[in-house]
Ligand binder design. Structure first.
Ligand code: PRP
Ligand code: URA
Length: 205
């Protein structure tokens, strides 16, 4: 199973604030950032470390640093809401941007921007709060996989079973971290119970 649900009690209460239709964009944004920090800590458990010697004021001891560079790739727009939370936890990560807009009629992702740091053998973390049909995530992963054979993680705040299934079937080696797994999609491709349009709620549009 490539899905890990990080549903700690504190995350559940933060998601409740996101779900509430009366939550304004300031609080909404703060909670997306908060949940993103938790998800970042969780995914960072996988990072391998190199040892090196460090001198304390008293003696030499073993220290640690990340073996690989971390590249964060938010899917525009809503993924931007997760970026600062990840940078809070992984401050030396580099960041790229993947511009995808889901066509509201066909539900197919349309690409409008793609700029990522040079990818040699890093850890790549794709950020998008909503994994609905999985079309956007799948398109982003496919693009990234053409550039690297390194480990790729997909991180979402809310996932639908349909999206998880799609990504698992397109990319069985991808590990997905999510804060909650919701029930289903409605006929317009929105996650139920969900939180509505994540981009609109983060940016107040
Ligand atoms: C939303 C969301 C995902 C996508 C998920 O973005 O942030 O990127 O839809 O849907 P899918 O799994 O069915 O592809 P949207 O395309 O609405 O763009 P926005 O972030 O600019 O609002
Ligand atoms: N994108 C969103 O922002 N919300 C959904 O429920 C589905 C896709």
């Amino acid at each position: 199973m490539s899905l890990l649900v990080c549903d700690f009690p504190l995350v559940k209460t933060a998601i409740t604030r996101l779900r509430d239709r009366n939550t304004e964009h300031t609080e909404f944004r703060r909670n997306v950032r908060y949940i993103s920090r938790v998800l970042a800590l969780e995914v960072s458990k996988n990072f391998s470390l190199n040892e090196y010697q460090v001198q304390t004021p008293l003696e030499a001891t073993t220290g640690f640093r990340f073996e690989k560079e971390v590249i964060l790739l938010p899917i525009l727009r809503a993924g931007l809401g997760m970026l600062d939370g990840f940078l809070d936890i992984i401050p030396n990560a580099k960041a790229g941007h993947i511009g995808l807009q889901r066509n509201e009629v066909t539900l197919q992702p349309e690409k409008y921007y793609f700029k990522v740091p040079e990818i040699i053998d890093p850890i790549v973390i794709i950020l998008d709060p909503m994994l609905a049909t999985g079309g956007s995530a799948s398109a982003a992963i496919s693009k990234v996989k053409h550039l690297t054979t390194g480990k790729v993680y997909l991180i979402s705040v809310i996932s639908a079973p349909e999206g998880v299934k799609r990504v698992e079937s397109d990319f069985p080696d991808i590990q997905i971290y999510t804060a909650t797994l919701d029930r289903e999609l409605n006929t317009k491709g929105y996650i139920l119970p969900g939180l509505g349009d994540a981009g609109d709620r983060i940016f107040g549009t």
